[in-house]
Design a protein around this ligand. Structure first.
Ligand SMILES: O=C(O)C1=C[C@@H](OP(=O)(O)O)[C@@H](O)[C@H](O)C1
Ligand SMILES: C=C(OP(=O)(O)O)C(=O)O
Length: 439
């Protein structure tokens, strides 16, 4: 089992601005799904732009352990020899999914329909994350599985269960739960439908359709009929808007910045960060909009501007769910108060992103007050200091960008997990103008 190196720290010197053309790595959500659906398809799936981050490599490894032959990744390219929906083999040992909630929740749905037993575990962070949100509805479908007593990993799945379709009203807006149930639905008898309380990322639906699997959508309800098959396809993964976010926020808060983020996925279910930054007064333009492999992409230009505090509209929350650590930094640099509500889910990510961000901002001298489901932040002057990322990749990268507006060094602890979603972050950020070193 890999061990994390919690000794990796970032030291970021204050000031400067960001400039240049930047291509951030591939989308994490789409990369996971490319391996999952490519493995279950009939034929060869070629993937380009695959994110070679630790989370995606955990998914890749899991499928290799279940007998799928996958070549790569080689410069973001994969060649997956799909085994069909019923061609996976029992893995010889428990699947280790590292830090990746997406891998565990989507795989739970997919594996609930297999004929073999399997166990899945993860690192310290993943081992604390709630899994009943997927195991409860899967049990209603007839799946046989169990978690640790608190509803946390490890998850053990007994193979050979006959799944039956259900109609499930999601109690929380979660693309992971929706996707889990859609994947289980491929193996169920009948039509599985999921109703969302608010739109969440729809990459699973888009990719299923791209693999020739019919997906129905009526309003907020999405359905699949079990018993079909997936036909291999080629997938070009766009740059990850969640990774681009750090540069968008960095450029927006630092006077004199001008960056062009290339080929970024702008799926309407992911663009909350663009909407929120624009409401805060950021100068942000989309150009060269086009569609690549069923996903819209664009180049995003961001220039330094004076941001103002806002009340973040709640409907934007699921569309920007991973972007709040960076958006809290934008709020700290804005004039006036920013208020976030309706974002309780942030408390159950890789860390409690409400508490951990509030603690770090407080250390840097910002008045940030956590609430049960959000935060109230008064824009102010950022000082320097030592902040804890609690092993959360997005917290580490958000505080790195905060240094652009700080008046002293920021030292960020426990940054190794940046490699889960954004390998090469330090090099790319330094090239763009951030004074960051890793030690
Ligand atoms: O489906 C996905 O790929 C993801 C969905 C989101 O999680 P939730 O579904 O728990 O909101 C997000 O936070 C995660 O980074 C990726
Ligand atoms: C929440 C995240 O990922 P996951 O749930 O896959 O661990 C994230 O990348 O911010």
């Amino acid at each position: 089992m890999p061990t994390t190196n919690n000794k990796v720290e970032f030291l970021v010197k204050p000031g400067g601005c960001l400039s240049g053309r930047i291509r951030v790595p591939g989308d994490k959500s789409i990369s996971h799904r490319s391996v999952m659906l490519g493995s279950l398809a009939e034929g060869i799936t070629e993937v380009s732009g695959f994110l070679e981050g630790e989370d995606n490599l955990a998914t890749l490894d899991a499928f290799r352990q279940m007998g799928v032959h996958i070549e790569g990744p080689e410069k973001g390219r994969l060649r997956i020899e799909g085994v069909g929906l019923h061609g996976l083999k029992p893995p010889g040992k428990p699947l280790y999914l590292g830090n990746s909630g997406t891998s565990m929740r989507l795989l739970t749905g997919l594996l609930a329909g297999q004929s073999f037993d399997v166990e899945m575990g993860g690192d310290v962070s993943l081992s604390k994350r709630p899994m009943r949100r997927v195991t409860d509805p899967l049990k209603t479908m007839g799946a046989q599985l169990e978690t640790a007593p608190g509803g946390t990993p490890p998850i053990r799945i007994r193979g050979g269960a006959a799944l039956k379709a259900i109609h499930y009203d999601l109690p929380v807006a979660s693309a992971q739960v929706k996707s889990c149930l859609l994947l289980a639905g491929l193996y169920a008898d009948g039509r599985t439908c999921i109703t969302e309380p608010a739109p969440t990322r729809d990459h699973t639906e888009r990719m299923l359709a791209g693999f020739g699997y019919p997906v129905g959508r009526t309003g907020s309800t999405v359905c699949v009929e079990g018993g079909g098959h997936l036909t291999a396809s080629s997938i070009e993964v766009p740059a990850d808007i969640s990774s681009a976010t750090f540069f968008m926020v960095g450029a927006a808060i630092a006077e004199g910045s001008d960056v062009l983020l290339e080929h970024v996925g702008i799926n309407p279910t992911r663009i909350g960060v663009i909407n929120i930054l624009r409401l805060m007064g950021a100068e942000l333009e989309l150009g060269n909009e086009r569609e690549v492999g069923g996903e819209p992409v664009a180049d995003i230009r961001v220039r330094g501007s004076r941001l103002k505090g806002i009340c973040i509209p709640e409907e934007q929350v699921p569309l920007a769910i991973d972007e709040f650590p960076a958006l809290f930094v934008a709020a700290a640099c804005a004039e006036g108060e920013t208020r976030l509500t309706g974002a309780r889910e942030l408390r159950v990510k890789e860390s409690d992103r409400i508490q951990v961000m509030a603690d770090g901002l407080n250390i840097l001298g910002i008045d940030a007050c956590p609430t049960e489901d959000g935060m109230v932040i008064q824009g102010g002057t950022l000082g320097g200091g030592m902040v804890e990322s609690h092993g959360d990749h997005r917290i580490a990268m958000a505080f790195a960008m905060a240094a652009l507006r700080a008046n002293d060094n920021i030292r960020i602890l426990d940054c190794a997990n940046v490699n889960t979603s954004f390998p090469g972050f330090v090099g790319l950020a330094a090239e763009a103008g951030l004074s960051v070193t890793e030690g």
